[in-house]
Design a protein around this ligand. Structure first.
Ligand code: ADP
Length: 482
C-alpha cells in the first residue's frame, strides 16, 4: 500500500523507508469487513536500536542546532501539508481504525491544529531570571529531554501523534514513534509528510510492530530520555516500571470512566446531544468517553427516556458509510465489549441502536447500548469498557453526586450540567478529574487545553502550552560576576 508515498510494510528510520531487520510483517485488518488491508512491518529491538541511533544523530546534527523559530516553521509546514492531504489522510484513518469518515476528517483537522499550535508555541517557551545573592545572575533554560519515545494506541492515531509528537518536536526533541499494531498507516503518512516539510532525517522515526516487541524495546532502551504512552492501565504499569530502570520520566494517559452529572435544574435540551455523543463517539473507544451519566433522582426517568429515544435511532456500519457509529477496531475488541454486555445481563437495557442489515459479516460491529437502573458499584459502572456502552445512574443530592462521580479508580474528565453558578464552581473543585467541563462536554476537542488524569487515568499533561513543560527539562544557571 503506497498512499502518499508511504511503504506500509516498512519502518521510517533516519528519513528512509527500511524493511524490519527480521524481515517479518504483520497483517493489518480492516475492521469494517475483516479483510487484510495491507501488511505492516513487524519492527522489533534491532529496528528500535536503529531508530534511537538515528534520533540521536539528528540531535547531534542540524535538528539539535535548529532555533526555536526554525522548529516552529517546520511544524507549520507539516500542518499545511496535512491540510493539503486531508482527504487521503481521513480515508486512511477511517479504513484503518474503522471510524466514520466525518470523525476521521475531524481528526485530520485536529492534527493540523496541533501542528499550528505547537508551531506558534515553539519560540514562546521562556526561562526565568531569578533575583539572587549580590554578585550573581541566575536564569533558567528549558532544554529538550533528547530522544523521546512515543507509544500510541489505535483509537485516535492522528490526534495523539499531534499532541505528543507536536509538543516534543516544538521543544527540540527527536522522536521515535511506535504506533499500534491495529492502526498505524497515518503514523507512517505523518512521518512522510514531516520529512517532505523539511524535518531533518532522524528527527521523526516510526517503527510499527507488536507492543511486547517494538513497544517494550523502546520503553527499555537506555538511549530514550522520556516516554509518553497512551493506552491501557496494564501496559501503563509495565511502561512505568521499565522507565524506572533507566530513571526516565513518563507521561501516561490511561483512559477513564468519565461521568456527566446532570442536576435537576439542567438545560436538558442543551445537554442531550453531549450526553449521548460523548459515549458513542468513535464507537466509545475514546479515553475521555463519558461512559457514566449521573442524573438527579427527580429527572432520572425523563433523562433515560430522552437518551433512549436517541439511542434507538443510532446506526452502526462500515467506516466509509459514515454512519453514527463504525465497527470496533478489531474482533478482539468486539469480544471484550460483548463480554461486558453479558456482565450487564442483570441490568435493564433502556435502548439499543442498530447494526445496519448489510454490514459485512466479518466486521467488528456492536450495537450501541444504554443501560438504566445501574448501581454505582456495578462492574459496568466501574470498569472502562471501550465500546459504545453507557450506564445511567440516579443520585439524590450534590454530596451523593460527588461521591458517585469520584467513586471509581479513574479521574480523567468530568462534566456538570446545572444552571446554578455557585454549584458549578463548587462542582469544578470537588470533581476528581484532570479536566472539568461546565454545561458542555469536551469543549470541541481543545488542542489548547491541557489534558491528562489522576489515579488510574495516569499522570502528566499533554495538549496546550502545558505539554511543553513535560517535554523539556529545566537547567538553572548561576553566574558569579562579583
Ligand atoms: P489496547 O489493549 O487498547 O490495544 P494497549 O495498552 O495494549 O491498548 O496498547 C497501546 C499501545 O501500547 C500499542 O501501541 C501497543 O502496541 C503498545 N504496547 C502493548 N504492550 C506493550 C508493552 N509491553 N510495552 C510497550 N508497549 C506496549
Amino acid at each position: 500500500m503506497k498512499p502518499l508515498g508511504i511503504s506500509s510494510d516498512r519502518c521510517l528510520i533516519g528519513g528512509s523507508w527500511v524493511a524490519p531487520q527480521s524481515g517479518k510483517v504483520l497483517d493489518l485488518i480492516n475492521p469494517s469487513d475483516g479483510t487484510v488491508l495491507c501488511e505492516i512491518a513487524r519492527g522489533a529491538e534491532a529496528d528500535i536500536d536503529a531508530a534511537v541511533a538515528a534520533a540521536e544523530d539528528a540531535l547531534q546534527g542540524s535538528w539539535g542546532k535548529a532555533t526555536a523559530a526554525e522548529r516552529g516553521r517546520v511544524l507549520a509546514h507539516i500542518g499545511a501539508l496535512v491540510l493539503e492531504n486531508k482527504d487521503t489522510l481521513a480515508e486512511l484513518e477511517a479504513q484503518d481504525v474503522g471510524k466514520p469518515l466525518k470523525q476521521a476528517s475531524a481528526d485530520v483537522l485536529a492534527l493540523a491544529r496541533y501542528m499550528e499550535f505547537y508551531a506558534g508555541a515553539a519560540d514562546k517557551l521562556h526561562g526565568q531570571t531569578i533575583p539572587y545573592l549580590d554578585g550573581y545572575t541566575v536564569y533558567t533554560l528549558r532544554e529538550p529531554h533528547g530522544v523521546t519515545g512515543h507509544i500510541i494506541p489505535w483509537n485516535y492515531p492522528m490526534q495523539i501523534i499531534g499532541r505528543s509528537v507536536g509538543a516534543a518536536l516544538a521543544t527540540g526533541n527527536a522522536c521515535v514513534l511506535k504506533p499500534a499494531e491495529e492502526a498505524c498507516l497515518t503514523a507512517l503518512a505523518f512521518a512522510e509528510l514531516a520529512n517532505r516539510a523539511g524535518l531533518p532525517p532522524g528527527a521523526m522515526n516510526v517503527v510499527p510492530g507488536l507492543g511486547a516487541e517494538a513497544g517494550a524495546a523502546l520503553t527499555a532502551h537506555p538511549g530514550v530520555h522520556h516516554v509518553s504512552f497512551t493506552g491501557s492501565v496494564g501496559v501503563g504499569k509495565l511502561i512505568q516500571r521499565a522507565a524506572a530502570d533507566n530513571i526516565v520520566p513518563v507521561t501516561l494517559e490511561l483512559g477513564g470512566k468519565s461521568p456527566q452529572v446532570v442536576f435537576e435544574d439542567a438545560d436538558l435540551e442543551a445537554a442531550l446531544p453531549f450526553l449521548v455523543n460523548a459515549g458513542i463517539q468513535n464507537a466509545g473507544q475514546t479515553c475521555s468517553a463519558s461512559s457514566r451519566i449521573l442524573v438527579q433522582q427527580n429527572r432520572y426517568a425523563e433523562v433515560v427516556e430522552a437518551m433512549a429515544n436517541r439511542y434507538a435511532k443510532l446506526r452502526a456500519g462500515p467506516a466509509l458509510a459514515d454512519l453514527d457509529v463504525g465497527p470496533l477496531v478489531s474482533n478482539r475488541q468486539k469480544d471484550i465489549v460483548e463480554g461486558f454486555l453479558q456482565k450487564g445481563a442483570d441490568l435493564e437495557i433502556a435502548a439499543q441502536g442498530q447494526v445496519i442489515g448489510d454490514a459485512p459479516t466479518g466486521g467488528a460491529y456492536v450495537a450501541p447500548t444504554l443501560f438504566a437502573g445501574v448501581t454505582p458499584d456495578h462492574v459496568l459502572a466501574q470498569d472502562e469498557i471501550f465500546g459504545p456502552v453507557q450506564v445511567v445512574i440516579p443520585f439524590a443530592d450534590e454530596d451523593d453526586a460527588v461521591a458517585i462521580a469520584n467513586g471509581t479508580d479513574f479521574g480523567l474528565v468530568a462534566s456538570c450540567w446545572t444552571q446554578d453558578g455557585a454549584r458549578q464552581l463548587r462542582m469544578a473543585k470537588r470533581l476528581r478529574a484532570g479536566q472539568v467541563f461546565l454545561n458542555n462536554y469536551g469543549a470541541g476537542g481543545g488542542v489548547e487545553l491541557p489534558f491528562g488524569g489522576t489515579g488510574l487515568s495516569g499522570h502528566g499533561r499533554e495538549k496546550g502550552f502545558e505539554a511543553l513543560y513535560g517535554f523539556t527539562t529545566l537547567k538553572t544557571v548561576a553566574a558569579f560576576h562579583g
